[in-house]
Design a protein around this ligand. Structure first.
Ligand code: NAD
Length: 473
């Protein structure tokens, strides 16, 4: 493995290189994992109530650093409003787990088996070291979303955030130490090589990122026979049916598509609108989109931050150029803006066709193509013609119709008369369909079960089993 000792840290607003990220050498990743493995039995023995007290302390330690953390995330991502939501949402999630984890992993009472003299006791055994590899679009939240329930379950955690957004790491380390979690949660920094070193050293991997990297992670985990929980990309569709409130749909979709500069896995990335309401809906959507200003030069003014990762810029440029050259029209936006960093004004595209990259590939940008369809069946068929299956949205004034359509969609979560609700609602179970992921639900109270193995204690309560060999004379 080739190792560089540092990577450049780029300011996404100005495009300037402003610092260096120290890359954790592979030997140090292995040493960190060994230390966690040594600390894990004691952590497990403490019991879930005590562990949850430590998690509640982490929430308090982060709350005490809230403003500094928002500043770090602003430096990492260039966006302000979402950094506030990210910190506050993460605090709420930690507090929720601290309160509910004990009930989620309570051992059931011993159960009488169908065989009358056998009792079965279900127990849970945590994976000693859980690896977390996270992306750049919500750096803090996506580093902690799996780590926190894993810690509650009695695992230790070795996390590697994205090399694009690692400025927040020292402050998170400080909060972990203040909460007494420094020995059971280690953070390492670097790019793909460091991620591979994490996979080699842990017992279960929670990966959030692209499909292409997810495939490499799944292959590496398969070689080691360790589970991989994969949360990958999406191309979420929204269906606006003829009986929808188009003004409400336009507002919801402007948020669902453009929040965080479209850099969310569950962003709405394509809309299928039934012909009778197409004109009114598109006009309302363009009005909403055009009203969203770039958050430049003041990050607190305007709602659209920069394209965070430099590597995304060419992808967005290529998709837009291909669509416009192929006959699509931008009713608002349509051109990237340079302020040192690169920004994408909210863009509504019409005249798109199904073969365009902007309709098939993840854009991860404030680009929303809208296709007019003849009816509900065409809308469903178009929505489902995708390798992805993360989430979707349906808008209809008829609750039964909305449910009927939602149940036909190839997606793990469907928002009805709203968009991207999985960003805000973490209590309902959902799995990723297709290439959008693999493994159990990350959401909902049962998600903590991903971090334990089920062990059955099968007790013979005192008779000779009839299947034994005859007793020796
Ligand atoms: P990415 O796949 O490029 O990188 C993700 C992480 O993997 C980074 O920490 C990176 O350093 C690491 N990595 C890279 N190569 C690796 C390798 N060979 N082995 C191990 N680790 C490696 O993704 P990204 O560009 O940071 O994030 C954007 C993607 O994340 C989008 O596709 C988005 O849809 C997806 N995402 C999914 C969810 C979800 O919940 N489904 C949430 C957020 C983002």
């Amino acid at each position: 493995m080739t190792e560089t000792s540092t990577l450049p840290l780029r300011n996404p607003r100005s495009g300037q290189i402003e610092g260096e990220l120290a890359v954790t050498p592979a030997a140090e990743v292995a040493a960190a994992a060994a230390a966690l493995r040594a600390a894990q039995p004691q952590w497990e023995r403490q019991g879930i109530e005590r562990r949850c007290e430590r998690l509640a302390a982490l929430a308090e330690a982060l709350a005490a650093r809230r403003d500094a953390m928002i500043e770090m995330l602003l430096a990492d991502t260039g966006r302000w409003h979402e950094s506030v939501i990210e910190v506050d949402g993460t605090l709420a999630a930690i507090r929720r787990w601290a309160a509910q984890a004990p009930a989620c992993l309570a051992e059931p009472a011993p159960r009488q088996d169908a065989i009358p003299f056998i009792q079965a006791q279900q127990t849970w055994v945590p994976y000693p070291v859980v690896g977390v590899i996270s992306p750049w679009n919500f750096p803090l939240m996506l580093t902690l979303i799996d780590a926190v329930p894993a810690l509650a379950a009695g695992c230790t955690v070795l996390a590697k955030p994205s090399e694009v957004t690692s400025r927040f790491v020292p402050l998170l380390r400080e909060a972990l130490a203040a909460a007494g979690l420094g020995e059971v949660f280690a953070l390492v920094t670097g790019a793909g090589d460091t991620g591979q070193a994490v996979i080699e050293a842990c017992d279960h991997v929670c990966f959030t990122g692209s499909v292409a990297t997810g495939r490499k992670v799944a292959e590496a985990c398969a070689r080691r026979f360790i589970p991989a929980s994969l949360e990958l990309g999406g191309k979420d569709p929204a269906l606006v049916l003829s009986d929808a409130d188009v003004a409400q749909a336009a507002r919801a979709l402007a948020w669902g598509s453009f929040v965080n500069g479209g850099q969310s896995c569950m962003s709405i990335e394509r809309v299928y609108v039934e012909a009778p309401v197409a004109e009114a809906f598109i006009a309302a959507l363009v009005k909403e989109a055009a009203a969203l200003d770039l958050a430049w030069p003041d990050p607190k003014q305007g709602r659209i931050g920069p394209i965070i990762a430099a590597s995304q810029v060419e992808l967005v440029r290529r998709q837009l150029a291909e669509a416009l050259a192929g006959g699509a029209r931008a009713l608002t936006g349509g051109e990237l803006v340079e302020h040192g960093g690169t920004w994408c004004p909210p863009t509504v595209l019409v005249g798109v066709d199904d073969d365009m990259a902007v309709m098939r590939e993840e854009s991860f940008a404030t680009v929303l193509p809208v296709k007019v369809v003849a009816d509900e069946n065409e809308a469903v068929a178009c929505a489902n013609a995708s390798e992805f299956g993360l989430s979707a949205a349906v808008f209809s004034g008829d609750p039964e119709r909305a449910q009927r359509v939602a149940r036909q969609l190839h997606a793990g979560a469907v928002s009805i008369n709203d968009a991207s609700l999985t960003a805000m609602v973490q209590t309902a179970e959902k799995q990723s369909f297709g290439h959008s992921g693999m493994g159990g639900s990350r959401m909902g109270s049962s998600s903590i079960r991903r971090f334990v193995r089920a062990r059955a204690l099968l007790v013979n309560t005192g008779v000779a089993s009839p299947w034994w060999f005859p007793a020796a004379e």
